[in-house]
Design a protein around this ligand. Structure first.
Ligand SMILES: *Cc1c(COP(=O)(O)O)cnc(C)c1O
Length: 405
């Protein structure tokens, strides 16, 4: 039997990739050869790293490393099952108890990632008759969870409280549940959610209040316990999400709240039910990380000291670091607004050649005309590294006419 040559059913993907290449937005992954650290080697080049979420330098902390190794020696490398079948190890329970105490809440459930925590929770607790009132700049995992829930999604303009009020007012007589949801710190602009006003609104309309503190954990509040503590909103936020993948330095996400919420998620959150739990090494690493948050407060102090220095110096160089055309950053995430997408990507590439890793971010991740280099400060960058990075930013910025000459 002869068969006709098989045509490639995936050729449309090649076409779409070619479109990206034509637009200049196709990228290659930059590959890290050594540790995630302030100076490290990407694609064979030693660079000052302004792109990681390793806020407190915990990815390489000796106590975390040792905890991971010890757990591996004692418990092996994998959990072997999903949590509800046979994959709940004592160390998973210890981590959840540790986080609940740290956040001063009744209970906590850990997910495989922050993404899974958001998507799994929002989709589990709401259904098609319900309403989600969501900030326009909320993280993709909240958006995906909202879509999976089949609830009606009402998006309010970024941090616009009166618009959120209007949206809630519009559905207040509907029988469905209402969820008011926001990022604690917004990941592209580094600004902080107006949590007190949002809590007032949630109470006014009897809505569930949920905050995603991925970029606030380890950064804001006492010992880095997040925006609820930062604003003293204790007891007024029903659901707090956090990540173990950023400041905590390892991998995972968690949801904190009342015991019933956590018990419900044990029964209904799909990533919890259908995806294997963390290796014991990861759980042990995270337990050690929360201990370090409490025992080494100087890390957060250096993070904020570096952040203040970095923002001041970038502004002195003449960069637009937000506040004019975009929200002003209040956290270690500092965008350098360039505007044009292609110019931003070229800027990022030139910086890399000169030894600075700063990620270019353009449409559709940020609005058209608001492309930027997103920089993130950490506790472990030295003054010398920052001064060197500033020199490169200034030199390349002037050369490319992003800064006046
Ligand atoms: C990074 C991030 C997440 C996802 O966390 P992971 O642990 O990396 O999956 C969720 N929400 C926000 C706001 C984030 O910035």
């Amino acid at each position: 039997m002869t068969t006709a040559p098989r045509t490639n059913p995936l050729s449309y993907l090649t076409d779409q990739l070619n479109d990206l290449k034509a637009k200049g937005t196709h990228f290659k992954l930059r590959v890290l050869a050594d540790e995630q650290a302030p100076v490290c080697t990407f694609d064979g080049k030693k660079v000052i790293n302004l792109a990681s979420n390793n806020y407190l330098g915990l990815t390489t902390h000796p106590k975390l490393r040792e905890a991971a190794l010890a757990a591996t020696r004692t418990y092996g490398v994998g959990s072997g099952a999903v949590r509800t079948i046979a994959g709940t190890m004592k160390i998973h329970m210890e981590l959840e108890e540790k986080i609940a105490r740290f956040k001063n809440v009744a209970a906590c459930v850990v997910f495989q990632s922050g993404f899974a925590a958001n998507a799994g929770t929002v989709s589990a607790i709401l259904g098609q008759d319900d309403f989600i009132i969501s900030d326009a700049l909320n993280h993709a995992s909240i958006i995906d969870g909202a879509r999976l829930s089949k609830a009606k999604i009402l998006v309010f303009e970024h941090k616009n409280i009166s618009q959120a009020d209007e949206k809630l007012a519009r559905v207040k007589n509907e029988p469905g549940k209402k969820l008011l949801i926001t990022d604690g710190v917004f990941s592209m602009d580094g600004d902080i959610a107006p949590l007190p006003a949002l809590c007032d609104l949630a109470e006014k309309y009897g809505a569930i209040m949920m905050v995603d503190d991925a970029h606030a954990s380890g950064v804001l509040g006492r010992h880095g316990c997040g925006t609820v503590d930062h604003f003293k909103m204790h007891g007024r936020v029903d659901i707090q999400v956090g990540t173990l993948s950023k400041a905590i330095g390892a991998l995972g996400g968690y949801v904190c709240g009342p015991r019933e919420l956590i018990d419900f998620l044990y029964h209904r959150a799909r990533p919890f039910l259908f995806s294997t739990s963390h290796p014991p090494s990861v759980a042990a690493t995270c337990i050690a990380a929360f201990e370090v948050l409490e025992s080494e407060p100087e890390r957060m102090e250096s993070l904020w000291q570096n952040t203040r220095f970095w923002k001041k110096e970038l502004a002195l160089l003449g960069f637009d670091i937000g506040g004019r055309t975009t929200p002003a950053s209040e956290t270690p995430i500092t965008p350098i607004i360039v505007g044009d997408g292609k110019l931003t990507m070229d800027f990022s590439r030139e910086l890399f050649k000169e030894g600075v890793l700063g990620t270019g971010i353009a449409f559709p991740t940020v609005p058209e005309g608001k492309a930027r280099i997103r920089t993130i400060m950490t506790a472990t960058h030295t003054k010398e590294q920052l001064e060197q990075a500033l020199e490169v930013l200034g030199k390349v910025g002037r050369r490319m006419a992003i800064l006046p000459n």
